[in-house]
Design a protein around this ligand. Sequence first.
Ligand code: FE
Length: 338
Amino acid sequence: MPPIHLIWFAAATLLGSPALAQEKVLNLYSARHYQTDEALYSNFTRQTGIRINRIEGKEDELLERIKNEGANSPADVFITVDAARLAQADALGLFAAVKSKRLEERIPAHLRSTDWFAFSTRARVILYNKAAVNPDDVRNYEDLANPKLKGKVCVRSGAHPYNLSLGSALIHHLGEQKTEEWAKGLVANFARAPKGGDTDQIRAVAAGECGVTISNTYYIARLLRSDKPADRQAMEKVGVVWPNQKSFGTHINVSGGGLLKTAPHKEAAVLFLEYLADDEAQAYFANGNNEWPVVKSAAAKNPALESLGSFKADSLNVGTLSKNTATAQKIFDRAGWR
Ligand code: FE
């Protein structure tokens, strides 16, 4: 590893040197990168005169980078996906508390913590092969552990944050013991050992290799909107269920971000977070990844998502989701959900 001052020099060169401190800039570390980002960021610059330096990378790499840069990090705002990752950054003490009336008014209380804010939501739903599975057999997450589905379940690794956050929600609603029984039943129903991401599972369900799976909604929307006919044909073979509509509601997760404790441009950072809660910015942010805006008045107009219909979402606070992720990991490990 090079000495600290060299890292700082490299960062300063990249992100605007201290000599130019007068210039209004914001250094954004983002794990999101979508087509709508250009409009999202340039509108902020047009409104405020603040230029955005973007550092984009994979979720875990960016978090590592901010940690390693320490007090010298040029990062002002960190944006990433999944409440478990946001909570991890929070647990490392990377975020500073933001007191903003605007954000409190715009973002529902269950979609923010004291230190970070959700800016879009996605749901984790059940998909089934229409020819092989009766949707009435898969109305709830709990149903996936029913021996009726033996040899039919495909799902990505139990170590992935999406499943750990789901496990955390289940622990909250069902308790540890029932969640463990569920995980064991789920594993006993596996059609194959976990491999690949959510999209791979959906394709396997469409191909009949599996009967049922769990996926985030934006992967479904991507396939529905795909310019490859094979993707759209695959989606005709699968049905989507909003889980747990008669109990706690479908598990949702978020994309979000916060102000970093070491931010050199704190004022600009708070302005940017507030900007992300504006109606227009909300639509860009949500549409970039086929998600839903967190602000009610923002219209995202996404026909693929709308085609899935409306649903009752779990209202569990996303800031508390992380409380049970370590327990969820232990439970999944014991159940053999690798
Ligand atoms: Fe994803």
